[in-house]
Design a protein. Structure first.
Length: 176
């Protein structure tokens, strides 16, 4: 899953599924209808032929100042694309330091399918110990307990699809 932020718009989750070489289906959080994408290739003038839902778009694609820039004859749009896992890795260290004790519920930082919940209610866990494994973009992502304590509630089960922000596991903390 990728997080896409257009200027002045809300961040959107985008998941790409390759249907065959050079063709993808994109699922976008804000839309019930998937989008079909097909890259036909780069032309001699440097533009890319991209079919979006069967409609041809000729785009210039550039990376500039950490943003992806798409240009056609009508508009230029620069936007951020971040792999959801990168946000999790960047944020997890600072969040873990902020939490010292109390009750915490681990919320899903990504959309995916729950592969495993290696804990059960009543288990004692240390901060950082894996409490859920989620598959996203064909990668297994293990997420650890936000605090040390006792597993008080499990909100998900293996095989279920979860979304960003969904509660995963609640832990009753201990004063350290």
């Amino acid at each position: 899953m990728y997080l896409v932020k257009l200027p002045g718009e809300k961040e959107q989750g985008v998941t790409l599924f390759e249907t065959k070489r050079g063709q993808w289906t994109a699922s976008i959080d804000s839309s019930e209808t998937p989008v079909s994408l097909e890259i036909k290739g780069r032309r001699s003038d440097g533009l890319f032929d991209l079919f979006i839902n069967g409609e041809l778009h000729r785009l210039q694609i550039k990376a500039r100042n950490g943003k992806l820039v798409l240009c056609d004859e009508n508009a230029t749009v620069a936007f951020d694309i971040v792999h959801a896992a990168d946000l999790v890795l960047a944020d997890s260290a600072s969040v873990a330091e902020e939490i010292k004790s109390g009750n915490e519920t681990l919320a899903s930082p990504i959309t995916g399918i729950v592969l495993d919940v290696p804990v059960k209610v009543g288990d004692r866990v240390e901060r950082g110990a894996p409490v859920v494994i989620i598959e996203a973009m064909k990668m297994e992502n293990a997420f650890g307990a936000p605090i040390s304590g006792m597993v008080s509630e499990i909100h998900i089960e293996a095989g279920k699809t979860i979304f960003v922000g969904d509660p995963l596991v609640s832990i009753s903390g201990e004063n350290e």
